[in-house]
Design a protein. Sequence first.
Length: 625
Amino acid sequence: MIGLILDHLWQSTLFAAAAGALTLTLQRNSAQSRYLLWFAASMKFLIPFAALTWLGKNLLVLAAPPVTAPALLAFQPVAEPFSARALNFAPVAPAGFDVAAAVTPLLLAVWGIGSLFMLARWLMRWAGLRRLVREAADYAFAAPVRVKMAPTMLEPGLVGIARPVILLPQGIDERLSPAELNAIIAHEICHLRRGDNALAAAHMLVEALFWFHPLVWWMGARLNKERERACDESVLSSGLTPDLYAESILKVCKFYLHSPLDCAAGISGADLKRRMETIMENRFLLRLNTTRKILLAGCAAIAVAAPIAAGLLASPPVLAQIAVARATPSPGTEAALRQFIEGQQMGNPPYDLFTPALAQRIRNAPPQDHGKLKSLTFKGVYNGADAYAAEYEKAKITWLVAPLVGGKIAGLGSVETVERAPGTENSPSPGVQEALRQLLDSRYRNQVRVDLLGDAIAARFAQGRTPLGESSESFQALGPMQSLTFLKVDALGNDLYRAVYPHGHATWIIPPLVNGKIDNLLWGDVLIDNAPAHPGTEEAVRRFVEGAQSGTVDYSQMDPIVAVGQRRAADELKRLGALKSLTYKGGFRTLDVYEASFANGTTNFSAGVGPKGNIQVMSDLASNG
């Protein structure tokens, strides 16, 4: 939570600095243009970029057009959380001591007390002004709102937001000439037309929430200055002489007190000496030219579009496209696989292409006759292995080849190629999402729709051999499904769907329907938020990450199959840079899920360790195919 707040603060501060720099280019233009820039900077404190990012990630992504791979790769860094790239200023704490957990309640308490104090002080002042308005008598004056006169020493001002009135101090018509009083009231009418009281109240809310931030108070002073100058410019443009107008303001400042609230706009305020000089100069103000208008419009568009674009790029469908765009075959796997297939077809498999353990297993495997190889196509990365679609004369097979180790194949497997309908190679297969939704909903109600299952999976389900049959506890722990979103087509041709639950999420892997039935179903990337962490897992993940970046990972401590996939993950971790933090997010059965924040991005790890502390299962969830 503290990280999100710090993100919002530095983003808003940077936005305000950019707005301030723009005001410097508008010094010869109207004060209204500078006022609007400062007001936009103020409102940024109420609108976190994270909110716009959420909008892009959860709502606008539904209407977003497909994005090409080069564009995704160019803009993908924008989708990374700001906190992932921010500097880590947290002090080093003793092992087992959570600084954030200890300090957060205290900081929230101090912030809450400060905000309540500010609001209470302003409400008391506002109540005093409203009491004056109720006790004031009507004053006959032709104006768009009621004009009242009260026994007070406060300067003339516009009081109220929903039903504003111009409140004059009693006896002011004796101290100012009719022309001077007209000038003062014209100034207040200008505040009325600009809606200054409502805008000032909005910034007062910012000051109450961010009372600890000096920039917020400095912006308040800039807003008051430009607000009064904008009204001065408006009054003078109506034909009033500078001498008369300046004399009117000086008399008010001489006899009366400044308004106690910014949302009750008065006549004084800002740097009075400089303001008098500006009024007397009454210089010609340049209108915004086309270049400046385009500059301001472009800055506004970027400020809104950038976080929304970040959300779009962080959405599951787009992240899936990014993963596909990045998926390139590991060096040497295609050539080695071709050599193996050719040797196999000639009856002389080149076993020296494999590591000794794998070569022995392949020798013992029964021979297969698929006919002559017609084509071999790289399809992507699946759980750390390169997936190649092989079309033979008699069959279609997808080979999974692990990255080479010492120039040799360390892992090899094959599955039957999933046949997809034309036009669905990169889009959902017809009927799959609705069938999956109905099946999962029925499973949560313990009334499984067996009619949705093919014969093979129905038989396995009856024997308790599928995730649906063996994970009743997990279903209940996750809660009823809230949403089901298509992610992508994986390298094997399966549809991937992200299911979100009240207490976690899961990725469902399902091939196209066969005769309208679900023929197979798996789930992975399962996260239950409140699952307890397993001792030793965090240390094992930390050792692996640090070892991957330094090139000192001891793969001998891992299960051989796990080691194959993690060699590829190690290369990706080097690109991410130094590890900043490792945060437990939840788990599933024997697995724990950790979010790892690096200098150049973030990723999640799902890991499990054995009794001796060696890693038995580990996957980089961000790179799973």
